[in-house]
Every structure is written in structure tokens, then in C-alpha cells.
Design a protein around this ligand. Structure first.
Ligand code: PAZ
Length: 323
């Protein structure tokens, strides 16, 4: 495989990406859901403040190699970070738009086994099933909390698979959230493809075996974080993530991303320790956030979301408006 780098201005690269992407199947439905969700959560609270809405992205995007896709390049992310963070954002009083990779971890399912349907239930006779005693509390909590968040209009879940779907959906979400000004937050935990095959250059049918060389030309995905910051939702509080496997370069790379994309914070994490510790890189300081390991049910996302929620509140106050 070969990769090339675009030298055009970002706006033209972004336009070329969107113009050539296969259009989303259900743009109208997604837009309607977003409008309703944002309207529902936009009335002032009793204390005069506005509800904060966060878009949490989660899971990895795929970059297809064929239009009728059989093979694709994937990005590592189980979706655990995004799903767990969503729960803590809800607890902190946010409404959450959860933009997630289909099949990745879901909010409220942390305490369930890998195959919840088959492992949590057992047959009582030929016609009936019941929840296994060992999981009854966990299943009840998951179902009750998920139901309350969704029916209460506090959690909107939008699935994606490909880089084309993800970026089109992120643009829709961000432009819909623009009206929230600084009350909007983006928490971009998804692992997004850096390279892709443009739709027009992609073969239609399954690539055939027989040749020892897979000749695929990859192109760099335009840096849409800049589009988010500059055009889509310029006043939003933006938190991006930086994942590295070499801890020696992690903080430097995060600091570069903070400046380059004008983020409000970059959460730096190393692959093997990501569930234990992250570093929140901001303009003033680097803050180490650790999981409290005195109890096995604790997650690093708990203190992380508390910290970001406080920073976001200060950001809203500094911007001089509740909205
Ligand atoms: O989804 P997960 O819990 O397995 O992992 C989370 C993560 C490492 C994908 C996330 O914290 C992250 O760093 N996302 C951005 C990855 C990137 O640099 O593209």
C-alpha cells in the first residue's frame, strides 16, 4: 500500500472529501433526531443556566478498500472509553450525543458479560426465559439506566462504520450544535482513520487474490478537527485524544495537536496503560488523571469527566454567556 499527502488548502481537501464520499443513507432522519434532541435540551434550567450537551465519539472508523466492501483497514478502539465516559457525562448532568462504531461497547453495559443475551438469560422451560441470578442486578441496572437516559431525551445514539459515514455525521452533529455556543462540548475519543481510498478510486468488486502485491493508493484524510474548530462549531469546548504506543513521544504529540487544531484540551494516552492513566494536556498545564484502584469498579473516566466538566463550566463562564 502507498500513501499520499494533499497539498491543497484544507477547505478544498474537506470539500473534495465530502463531494466524493458516498452520501449517508439517512441524512434526513439523523438531522431530525438532532434537531429534536437539541431543542429538547435547550430550555434554560431552573437556575437560569443552560444544559450542556456533549458529543462523545467512540470506536474506530473503517476505511473500505472496495465499494462493495469485503475488506477494509480498521482502527483500534473497543469503544470502552466512549461508552464509559458517556455514563459519567450523564451523571454530571450533560445530555449526550453518542456517535459510535456499530458493534462497539455501549453505555451501561460495562458490568455485563461479553455475550449478554446468551450468558445473562437461562430457559425456565421450553417457552420461557429468565435472568440468571448472578446477573440480575447488573441487567436491571443496565436496562433501567439506559431506558431512563433514552426516554428522558438525554442520550441520542448514532452509529457509523466507515470514515465516510463518521465524518459526514460529525459534521451534521457539529453544525446542529453550533447554536449552543460554548455550552457544546466535543469529546473525540473515536480512533479515526488517517488514510483512506477515495470512493472514485476504489474498485467496485472484491479485490481478487492471485497477485502477491496489493496495489492500493491511500490518501490522507483531511484534518477535520480544524474544520470543527473553524467552521462547524467554533465556540464549542473541544477535547481530542492522542493515542501512542511510544510514551516518549506522547506528550509532545498531544501538545502539537492542542496548538495545531486549537483544541481546549488533548487527552494523551498510551495503549497499554490507557485504562489506568491519561494526561490532560492544556495550554497552562499537563494534568495526570489516574484510576482510583482501591476499588475494582472504578474507572479512569470518572475523574477525567469530573475534571473536564469543571473546565467546561469555567470556559462557559469566561465566554460570558450561558449560551
Ligand atoms: O476505545 P478504547 O477504550 O479501547 O480505547 C480508547 C482510545 C485509546 C481509542 C482513545 O482513548 C483514544 O486515544 N482515541 C484517539 C485515538 C487516536 O489517536 O486516533
Amino acid at each position: 500500500m502507498d500513501a499520499t499527502n494533499g497539498s491543497q488548502p484544507l477547505e478544498s481537501q474537506a470539500k473534495a472529501f465530502f463531494d466524493s464520499a458516498p452520501p449517508l443513507q439517512n441524512t434526513h432522519q439523523i438531522t431530525q433526531k438532532l434537531v429534536q434532541f437539541i431543542q429538547h435540551n435547550s430550555s434554560p434550567l431552573e437556575n437560569g443556566d443552560f444544559k450542556r450537551i456533549v458529543c462523545v465519539t467512540s470506536g474506530g472508523t473503517t476505511a473500505p478498500l472496495e465499494q462493495r466492501c469485503v475488506r477494509y483497514v480498521d482502527n483500534f478502539s473497543s469503544g470502552h472509553r466512549g461508552a464509559t465516559s458517556t455514563e459519567y457525562f450523564l451523571k454530571a448532568g450533560y445530555a449526550v450525543i453518542f456517535l459510535y462504531r456499530r458493534g462497539s461497547f455501549q453505555p451501561f453495559c460495562r458490568s455485563l458479560p461479553d455475550d449478554p443475551l446468551l450468558e445473562c438469560f437461562k430457559p425456565t422451560d421450553d417457552l420461557n426465559i429468565q435472568v440468571h441470578e448472578a446477573y440480575s442486578e447488573a441487567v436491571k441496572r443496565a436496562v433501567v439506566d439506559h431506558h431512563a437516559a433514552v426516554t428522558g431525551g438525554l442520550l441520542l445514539k448514532l452509529p457509523f462504520n466507515t470514515i465516510f459515514e463518521y465524518l459526514q455525521m460529525l459534521q451534521l452533529v457539529a453544525t446542529s450544535m453550533r447554536c449552543l455556543g460554548p455550552c457544546a462540548m466535543f469529546y473525540l475519543a473515536a480512533a479515526v482513520s488517517d488514510f483512506y481510498v477515495p470512493w472514485k478510486d476504489m474498485v467496485e468488486h472484491k479485490i481478487q487474490s492471485g497477485s502477491h502485491l496489493l496495489d492500493v493508493q491511500l490518501v490522507e484524510v483531511p484534518k477535520m478537527l480544524s474544520m470543527l474548530r473553524k467552521d462547524w462549531a467554533p465556540l464549542a469546548f473541544c477535547v481530542s485524544f492522542k493515542l501512542e504506543t511510544d510514551s516518549n513521544i506522547l506528550l509532545n504529540k498531544a501538545a502539537i495537536a492542542l496548538e495545531k487544531y486549537k483544541m481546549d484540551a488533548v487527552v494523551a494516552n498510551e495503549l497499554t496503560t490507557r485504562k489506568e492513566q491519561v494526561v490532560v494536556v492544556t495550554r497552562g498545564e499537563n494534568i495526570i488523571v489516574q484510576r482510583d484502584n482501591s476499588h475494582s469498579g472504578n474507572d479512569v473516566e470518572n475523574p477525567l469527566i469530573k475534571l473536564l466538566s469543571v473546565r467546561h463550566a469555567a470556559y462557559i463562564k469566561d465566554s460570558g454567556s450561558g449560551k
